[in-house]
Structures are given as C-alpha cells and as structure tokens.
Design a protein around this ligand. Structure first.
Ligand code: EPU
Length: 417
C-alpha cells in the first residue's frame, strides 16, 4: 500500500491548476444513462472514484471511451444490464446515483444497498421515498434495491433533509418522467447546478437548480450533448487551507471564488488576504494565523468536506476554535491522528474544541477517509520533521495528482510504493 512522506516546514508558494469537480463529474457521468445518444464530458478529473464509476457504467453495457486529454465519451445506446453490483457499490457510495437514471430509462434497476461508511450511517431512504412517490415499486432483497416503474410520474417531493445525491438522483429520474416533478428542500450545492446544466444541454426541462425548489418537466427523450465539468471547490479549498496554514502565497487557476464563499470568508477570518478574478484565486498571509470557529451545514454554509482541513489549520493557529459538524455523525476520525502530531483537540458530542498548539511534530499517521487524509497532508506540511501518512488510497479517490501539485508549490512530499 502506498504511503506519503512529507518533510514539513515549507511555506507553499506558486501556482497550481484546479481539476474538475469529483462530486459534479460522478452524477454527470451517470446522466449518460438517460439517453441513447452520446454524452461527451470534459474536465473529468483523473481519480479512483471516476475510474470506478466508468467501470460501473461499462458493465451495464454503456460504451465508454477516454481520450488522452481525459475527455470522456459515453454512449448508452446498448445499455442492457441495469444493475450496480455490491463489489462496486461498497467501494463508492456515489454508485447509488445510477438508481434514478436507470429506472427512468429502463423501467427497472437492481442496485446494491450501500453498506455503512466510515463517516456515518448514510442511509438512502430519501432517494427511495421520492422514487416511490413517482410511482416506482422498490423492494429490498438479498441486499439489493430492486426497483421497477413502467414510466415514472411527476410528483411533488418534500425531502425530509437536505441530501445532495438524493436531489441529483431524483432530478435525473424526473427528466424522463410523465409530467412535472417539484423537489422541495432540495440541495443547493453548485454540483447540483452543474448536473442540472448538463441535463439541460441534453434537452431536459429544469428550473430552479441552486435554490431549494427545483421544478422538472419530463420529456420523452434526451439527446446528445457536450459538457465541461465545473472546478472542484473542495480541492480549491484544500489548497487554500494548506497555503494559509503554512504561511504561503499561492495562485489557483481554473477555479472560481463564487463556489466557495463560506470557505473564503473563514480563511479571511484566519488572516488570509484573498483576491480573485474570473478563473483564479490568489491567497497570501500577511500576518499570523488565527483560529476560526465554524459549523458545517448544507450549501451555501461551510461544507462538511472542508471541516477536517480547517482542523489541521486550527491546530497551529493562535486561539481556540469550536468546530461543530452537523452533517455526518462520525466525521472526527482525523482527531486521533492529529493528536499524534501534537494537536490539542477535545471532542464533546458533535463539537471539537481545538486549542492552537503553535506547532506540530511529524509522526506516522493513518488516513481514514478522503477528507481526513487531506487534513493529515496539511498537518504534515506544517509539522516539524517527517510525517508519514499510511493508506493514502483514500486520498487518490478525490485529489488528482496531489503530491505533484504540492511539489510544484515547493512542498517536500513523496510517495513510497
Ligand atoms: N441522509 C439520510 N437519508 C438519505 C440521504 C442522506 O439520512 O436518504 C443523510 C446522510 O446520512 C447525511 C446527510 O443526510 O447525514 C447529508 O447527506 P447527503 O445525502 O447530502 O450526502 P451524499 O449525497 O451522500 C455528498 C457528497 C459528499 C458530501 C455530502 C455533503 C457526492 C458524491 N458526495 O454525499 O462528499 O460530504 O454530499 O455535502 O456528492 C466527499 O467528497 O468526501 C464526500 C463525502
């Protein structure tokens, strides 16, 4: 298993390109299921989760080709196996995003129930409730969701809670349903908007994406389209947090400030000076690093996917921060590992109290999930001496060429195979 070895203490400096967003690319690739004409997607990040998704779509009978610039073309004309097996779903929960499109296009789907997950229980009850409201019959048999619906019918759906993939699944299903679907309490994440824009390019009739009420009027079929995936706001935020925590100065290209306002606000509170233009963000740290308290919540509030990275930053900042996680019930697994590096963190319920320790000391730590791994990388960049991060395969699920990008910014980081 690969490890990352980081020699800490270097302030990140320079320019780096931000990749396409993992959490937009995954649903957009699934949108190909909805049409028997090709969908061409560009700016697809080269990540393990993307490879897993392409494998899943290919085994359904979808023709997948990838060009040398990572443009992906999918053609679902010959889709004949509307199934997502346990072996793939267990490695990537986003596989559940095939359920809505398969039901809409094929009238049936057999998708493994995702198991437990390191960061929380993560049930899919809202996805199922909504599809049932649209006329689907769903049974859970032998660990699989067996769903049928001759043709889905438009319905008014009130989500009990804000769910990103739940909103995406239902929005995709509704594009081919009979009549109008209204999703209330919909997720407002930029990735939902990106998926809606791709579906619209395919001929779908969608209004309101980005707000909490989305209206979709079903059409008989969707057609060929070409679409470019939005920049990854979590990769953007991770590089900015790393630069701030190391007292660096960076310029991030091919990204947009408007997709991460809450994160930029917290970085400014931490002492960063940030300027942005159309497609780039510049950050530098004129003064010292200050602690920032935060509370995760659905977009546009502070994202749960940035909580762990800010905990690494708070570990060495001046002051004490209260960090409350409201989305997932078990997303503090990085705390134990950060403590091994000397961080002073107490957890009370869903709140972590982080007292700035001034510095961290390198040690061997273990990555437990994607964003926890990113926080350990930031901690390793700050720490004195050498930090070894084990189980970096978590990181490869969601960060494209992270060690090359960090090296370009001056970090002393290498992968040991
Ligand atoms: N939930 C339910 N029932 C449902 C669906 C969700 O109770 O039917 C709960 C979840 O257990 C959780 C909360 O609702 O407590 C929010 O979960 P949500 O459904 O929004 O999460 P998700 O769609 O499974 C996406 C991202 C995650 C990100 C969350 C929150 C993708 C592929 N994944 O997950 O990304 O943390 O939204 O913003 O879009 C990551 O990239 O590291 C990652 C985990």
């Amino acid at each position: 298993m690969d490890k990352l070895v980081i020699e800490g203490g270097v302030a990140l400096k320079g320019e780096v390109r931000i990749s396409g967003a993992k959490n937009a690319a995954l649903p957009i690739l699934c949108a190909s299921i909805l049409s028997d004409e090709p969908l061409r997607v560009s700016n697809v990040p080269h990540l393990r989760d993307v490879t897993t998704m392409l494998g899943l779509l290919a085994q359904m009978g979808i023709a997948v080709s990838v060009d040398d610039r990572l443009g992906v073309e999918l053609n679902a004309q010959a889709l004949d196996n509307p199934e997502a097996p346990y072996e793939l779903v267990k490695t990537m929960r986003a596989s559940v995003l095939v359920l809505g499109p398969l039901l809409a296009r094929c009238g049936k789907a057999r998708v493994s129930l995702p198991g437990g997950c390191a960061i929380g229980l993560r049930p899919v009850d809202q996805h199922l409730k909504a599809l049932e409201a649209m006329g689907a019959t769903i049974a859970i048999e032998h660990g699989y969701m067996q769903a049928t619906a001759p043709r889905l019918k438009g319905a008014r759906i009130i989500m009990d809670l804000v769910t990103v993939t739940g909103t995406e699944n239902i929005m995709m299903a509704a594009t081919l349903a009979d009549g109008q679907t209204v999703i209330e309490n919909a997720a407002r994440e930029p990735e939902v908007v990106d998926l809606a824009n791709c579906l619209k390019a395919m001929g779908a009739k969608i209004k309101g994406a980005g707000g909490d009420v989305i209206k979709i009027v079903g059409v008989p079929r969707l057609h060929a389209a070409t679409y470019r995936v939005m920049p990854d706001r979590i990769e953007t935020g991770t590089f900015l947090a790393a630069a701030a925590a190391t007292g660096g100065e960076v310029r991030l290209r091919d990204t947009r400030a408007s997709i991460l306002d809450a994160v930029l606000e917290k970085l400014r509170e931490a002492g960063a000076q940030i300027e942005s233009a159309d497609d780039c963000i510049n950050l530098h740290m004129p003064n010292g690093l200050r602690s920032v308290s935060l509370r995760t919540a659905p977009y546009p509030a502070f994202p749960t996917d940035m909580q762990a990275q800010f905990m690494a930053l708070n570990s060495v900042a001046t002051g004490t921060a209260l960090m409350t996680e409201t989305i997932f019930e078990n997303r503090f697994m990085h705390v134990q590992e950060l403590r091994r590096l000397g961080a002073r963190i107490e957890v009370e319920g869903n709140t972590a109290v982080v007292s700035g320790a001034g510095h961290l000391d390198g040690a061997t730590v273990m990555a437990t999930d994607l964003r926890a791994s990113a926080s350990l990388v930031i901690a390793g960049l700050i720490a004195r001496g050498e930090t070894t991060i084990e189980r970096v395969y978590h990181l490869d699920r969601g960060y494209e060429s992270i060690e090359e990008k960090l090296s370009r910014l001056g970090a002393r980081i290498s992968r040991v195979r």
